[in-house]
Design a binder for this molecule. Structure first.
Ligand code: FAS
Ligand code: PHB
Length: 390
């Protein structure tokens, strides 16, 4: 098989780039290790920056998001039994976020690929990129016992943190930066009415909690748990009881509980791999960077990578201009590191750190006091949360 761009990974990053390129007549193929149902079975991000929403509309995939997604102009911070609202809309000069699950984003992107007869190959085993530093890279993969080959001009590594692309870059070429947090998030999805019309980020001495949603009949909740916890350690009742302990009384009193339809523990890490290019291979999304979900930057950081790559490939194919591709890594990393900073800051602000020295505990408390008392600090939070410019 021959194509112009071979995209490894059929998650939101890979599918969004595939759709954008196809709309511009740039031939591409997506190779996905899992089945479509498996990919759609993952419950992940919930909050979209306005830049991500714009990109979905540009890809012709924004119609259901605009119809079913919720525009949120702010969120609450719960602490010491009270709620303080951060007015994103006012502090960001009129911007907001869209609450619409990543699962639905991925579903809409698959539907758009199908409508355009886009080529997405599922259950592609042992995907391997080859000759990345030459002018004619290719990718091999296995279906059953048969090894297949795709000749291409560029390879996009959109295969997430555990993918093959980043690992195809020689260690001598790659610099990796990582911080692993000493806790995880236990997440529950339930067919219950959300406890609050806007998200609640709760800082509590027992640990962090988050009240989020997917719709008015589908709620998403998280509590910080030790890394040693396993999901089978937590019954639904135990989860709901702990969540209530971490919320202000008036909120806990109106929490509607119900059976979990999904329950999982996600570890928290900050990670960046530099550079995001090696020859004809370009990394995008989780393949190159990971953030703790506290700042809702994970999926949104992938969006700016895709935006930059899309325009760089357009410039290359339309105008023979390689500058976008040559500048991609530096440009993408400049925004990635700002998302890293914000995610680290939100995580440090709101979580319980058992090994924190008393000075750091007081600093955490005064950081929150300063934020809630300062218009400038809230404006800084808002501009990051709604999304820094691409
Ligand atoms: P993905 O990991 O989504 O997609 C990569 C795709 O590549 C996958 O479908 C995988 O099957 C495929 N793949 C992997 N290896 C391959 C190979 N060798 N060959 C072919 N295909 C291969 N972000 C938020 O903003 N908010 C959240 O609440 C949030 N929660 C998260 C919870 C969890 C458990 C995880 C893991 C992530 C969470 N994230 C969250 C971040 C998440 O949303 C990512 O940012 C987002 O999935 C990034 O999308 P992709 O870059 O497409 O990577
Ligand atoms: C979610 O709804 O899954 C979600 C929302 C905001 C976050 C993290 C997760 O910061």
């Amino acid at each position: 098989m021959k194509t112009r761009v071979c995209i490894i990974g059929g998650g939101p990053s890979g599918l969004l780039l595939s759709q954008l390129l196809h709309l511009q007549g740039i031939d591409n193929v997506v190779l996905e290790r899992q089945s479509r149902d498996y990919v759609l079975g993952r419950i992940r991000a919930g909050v979209l920056e306005h830049g991500f929403a714009e990109l979905m509309r540009e890809a012709g995939c924004g119609e259901r998001m605009d119809r079913e997604g919720e525009i949120h102009h702010g969120f609450f911070i719960a602490h010491e039994g009270r709620l303080d609202r951060i007015d994103l809309h006012r502090h960001s000069g009129g911007n907001s976020v869209v609450v619409y699950g990543q699962t639905e984003i991925t579903r809409d992107l698959y539907a758009a690929r199908d409508r355009m007869n886009g080529v997405v190959i599922h259950n592609a085993e042992d995907v391997r990129p080859h000759d990345l530093t030459g002018a004619a890279p290719y990718v091999t993969y296995r279906v059953g016992d048969e090894i297949r080959r795709i000749d291409c001009e560029f390879v996009i590594g959109a295969d997430g943190f555990h993918g093959v692309s980043r690992k195809s870059i020689p260690a001598t070429e790659l610099r990796e930066y990582e911080r692993v947090y000493p806790f995880g998030w236990l997440g529950v999805l339930s067919r219950t009415k959300p406890v609050s019309p806007e998200l609640i980020y709760a800082k509590h001495e027992r640990g962090f909690a988050l009240c989020s949603l997917r719709s008015q009949v589908l709620s998403r909740y998280y509590i910080q748990v030790p890394l040693s916890d396993r999901v089978e350690d937590w019954s639904d009742d135990a989860f709901w009881a702990e969540l209530k302990r971490r919320l202000p009384g008036e909120v806990a009193a109106r929490l509607v509980t119900g059976p979990s339809i999904e329950k999982s523990i996600a570890p928290l890490r900050s990670f960046v791999a530099e550079p995001m290019r090696y020859g004809r291979l370009f990394l995008a999304g989780d393949a190159a960077h990971i953030v703790p979900p506290t700042g809702a930057r994970g999926l949104n950081s992938a969006a700016s990578d895709i935006h930059y790559l899309y325009h760089a490939l357009l410039d290359h194919y339309r105008h023979g201009d390689p500058s976008g591709l040559d500048n991609y890594s530096a440009k993408a990393l400049a925004r990635v590191w700002k998302a890293q900073r914000f995610s680290w800051w939100m995580t440090t602000l709101l979580h319980r750190f058992d090994d924190a020295i008393p000075y750091d505990q007081r600093l955490q408390q005064v950081e929150l006091e300063y934020l809630l008392a300062s218009e400038a600090a809230q404006a800084a939070l808002a501009e990051n949360y709604v999304g820094l410019p691409f």
